[in-house]
Design a protein around this ligand. Structure first.
Ligand SMILES: *[C@@H]1O[C@H](CO)[C@@H](O)[C@H](O)[C@H]1NC(C)=O
Ligand SMILES: [Zn+2]
Length: 482
C-alpha cells in the first residue's frame, strides 16, 4: 500500500513538473488579485525562540499571533500570514499560507484549506494546525513528499475561526458547550446561508469574513476541524426534510425520524475523501464509539444528515456556493482535553491532515478559454449526471475531484456556445482538460444563438433541480410556519 502510494505520488510529481514547465509562461508575471485585497502581514522579527520549537500546550490568541509572526519571519519563502477579518471582540482571524508560492496563486495549481476551532471550546484542531504549519515548514527541505505538496499546492490554515469562544473555554472540559458560540452567542456552524432551508440567523462577523474569503479564493478541498466525536462527516449536513417543526418537542420527534442520509451529487467523491482522512488516521477508521452508548461509525465516516441534520453549516455552503469540497473532521472525543494529550492527537492526525489535502490533485482540472486563448471567467462547469455547478476562476481554471471513470463535462458561458467534452479519470494522476468555447455567432442571418439563461451567481444557490427543490421547500416551510 505504502509503496504503491509512493509510485503514484512520483508519477503525479512528474506530471505536474511537466505541466509546470509548459504553462510557465502563462503563469509568469500574473498576480492573483485576491491576494492584493487581503492585507498580508509581514512578520516582524519576534523573539527567536518562539518558533524554534513549538510546544505541545494550548496557545492563547496572543501566543498564536506571536508564533505565526515568528514563523512568517523565519520562513518568508514558504509562508505568508494574513487576517481575513476580526471576531466580535476584535481578534484577528489569522490564516497562514504554507506553499512554495505563499504570496501568489499558482495558476493551474489548487488552493486548499483547513479551518479549526469554529466552535471555541473544540480546541484540539487549533493546536494541530499550528503543529501542521511547523511540520510543513521544517520538512520542506528534507521530505520529498512535503516538497512536492508545497510546490504544487497553496495550503491556507486558519487555527481559529472563533478566538472569542476559545477565550472563555476551559481545558479539561470534554462535553460542555461553554465557549462553543461566538461572543454574541451564535453557533458559527449554524450561521451560513443554507441551501435546503432559509437561515434566519443574523450573519456574524466571523461567518461574513469566511464567506468573503472563500468567494475570493477558489479552494478545491477543505476540512473543518471539530471535537466531541471521532468521525469524518461529509455533505450534506442538511436535508429537505429537516426541522420542519414548530416546537422543540415536535422537532425532536421529527429529528428522530430524520436520520437518513442526505446524498450529495458527489457522494462517491465525498465518501472517498472522508475515507482518506479516516484510513490515514491512527484509529478513526475502527469506528469505535467515544463512550459506551454513543454512536459508532462504520469505517469512521458518516453522511452529515445521517448523523444529525443541521441548518447553516459550513460544509454544505462551501460545496454548493463555491465548488469547494469540504468535510467536517471530528478529531477528539473530548472537546478540550488536557494539554499533555496533545502529542498523541498530533501523531494520530498527522498523516490524515497531509494526505487529505493532497486529494486536491485527483480528478480533472484545466482551463476554459475562448477562441483566442483568453481565459473565460465564471463559465459553468458541470459533470453530466451530477447536479451541481462549479465556476471557472478569472484565469479560466477549474478543478473537479472525481474517482476513476469516464465522464462528460458540460461547459457553458454567457455569450458562448455550450460545449461538451468526454474525458476519463485515472487513479495515478489528474487529467488535464482544456476546453475552448466558441462565441455564439449569428448563423445564416438568423437570430443570435442564446445558450439559455445565464447561470445564477451565488449567492443565492446554484442551478439545477436543487434550486427548484429549494424553492418548493422554502415555500413549504413558509406555509407551515406562517
Ligand atoms: C492548457 O491551457 C493552459 C493555459 O492556457 C496551458 O498552459 C497548457 O499548456 C494547456 N495544456 C494543454 C495540454 O493543452
Ligand atoms: Zn464542533
Amino acid at each position: 500500500m505504502d509503496r504503491y502510494k509512493k509510485v503514484k505520488i512520483y508519477k503525479t510529481f512528474l506530471f505536474l513538473t511537466i505541466l509546470g514547465t509548459t504553462s510557465g509562461q502563462f503563469a509568469k508575471g500574473a498576480s492573483f488579485p485576491t491576494d492584493d485585497d487581503v492585507p498580508m502581514v509581514t512578520g516582524e522579527v519576534e523573539r527567536r525562540e518562539d518558533d524554534q520549537e513549538l510546544q505541545f500546550k494550548y496557545h492563547d490568541h496572543e501566543e498564536i499571533t506571536r508564533y505565526l509572526r515568528a514563523v512568517s519571519a523565519r520562513y518568508p519563502a514558504l509562508t505568508a500570514l494574513y487576517s481575513i477579518g476580526k471576531s466580535v471582540q476584535g481578534r484577528d482571524l489569522w490564516v497562514m499560507v504554507v506553499s512554495a508560492s505563499p504570496y501568489e496563486h499558482m495558476i493551474g495549481k489548487p488552493d486548499v484549506k483547513y479551518v479549526a476551532n469554529i466552535h471555541g471550546n473544540e480546541a484540539v484542531g487549533r493546536e494541530l494546525l499550528l503543529h501542521l504549519i511547523q511540520y510543513l515548514v521544517t520538512s520542506y527541505d528534507t521530505d520529498s513528499y512535503i516538497k512536492w505538496l508545497l510546490d504544487n499546492t497553496r495550503i491556507h490554515l486558519m487555527p481559529s475561526m472563533n478566538p472569542d469562544g476559545f477565550l472563555i473555554s476551559r481545558e479539561g472540559q470534554c462535553d460542555t458547550i461553554h465557549g462553543r458560540h461566538n461572543a454574541r452567542r451564535y453557533d458559527l456552524n449554524r450561521n451560513f446561508p443554507d441551501f435546503f432551508k432559509a437561515n434566519t440567523k443574523q450573519p456574524q462577523p466571523e461567518t461574513d469574513a469566511v464567506k468573503e474569503w472563500i468567494s475570493k479564493i477558489q479552494f478545491v478541498v477543505s476540512g473543518s476541524l471539530h471535537g466531541g466525536a471521532l468521525v469524518a462527516s461529509y455533505p450534506f449536513d442538511n436535508t429537505p426534510s429537516a426541522r420542519i417543526c414548530r416546537s422543540s418537542v415536535l422537532c425532536s420527534v421529527f429529528q428522530s425520524y430524520a436520520h437518513t442520509p442526505s446524498i450529495a451529487p458527489d457522494d462517491d467523491v465525498f465518501r472517498h475523501l472522508a475515507l482518506v482522512y479516516s484510513n490515514n488516521h491512527a484509529k478513526m477508521s475502527r469506528g469505535v464509539s467515544c463512550k459506551s452508548g454513543s454512536q459508532r461509525f462504520d469505517n469512521g465516516i458518516t453522511n452529515g444528515a445521517a448523523w444529525y441534520p443541521l441548518t447553516g453549516g459550513m460544509q454544505d455552503y462551501n460545496y454548493l456556493w463555491h465548488g469547494c469540497m469540504e468535510i467536517t473532521l471530528e478529531i477528539s472525543c473530548c472537546k478540550y482535553p488536557p494539554a499533555h494529550e496533545l502529542p498523541k492527537y498530533w501523531q494520530d492526525n498527522k498523516q490524515s491532515l497531509i494526505k487529505y489535502l493532497a486529494e486536491a490533485h485527483r480528478g480533472a482540472h484545466g482551463f476554459v478559454m475562448d477562441e483566442n486563448g483568453n481565459p473565460v471567467e465564471r463559465a459553468s462547469v458541470r459533470v453530466k449526471g451530477r447536479d451541481v455547478t462549479y465556476h471557472t476562476t478569472k484565469y479560466g481554471e477549474f478543478w473537479r475531484i472525481l474517482l476513476p471513470g469516464t465522464y462528460r463535462l458540460e461547459v457553458s458561458g454567457e455569450g458562448y456556445l455550450p460545449q461538451e467534452v468526454e474525458f476519463f479519470v485515472i487513479d495515478s494522476h489528474p487529467t488535464l482538460l482544456n476546453v475552448t468555447l466558441h462565441s455564439a455567432k449569428r448563423i445564416d442571418g438568423g437570430p443570435y444563438y442564446r445558450p439559455g439563461p445565464p447561470p445564477p451567481r451565488p449567492p443565492p444557490a446554484p442551478a439545477g433541480i436543487f434550486s427548484t427543490i429549494t424553492k418548493s421547500i422554502n415555500s413549504f416551510v413558509t406555509n407551515l410556519l406562517g
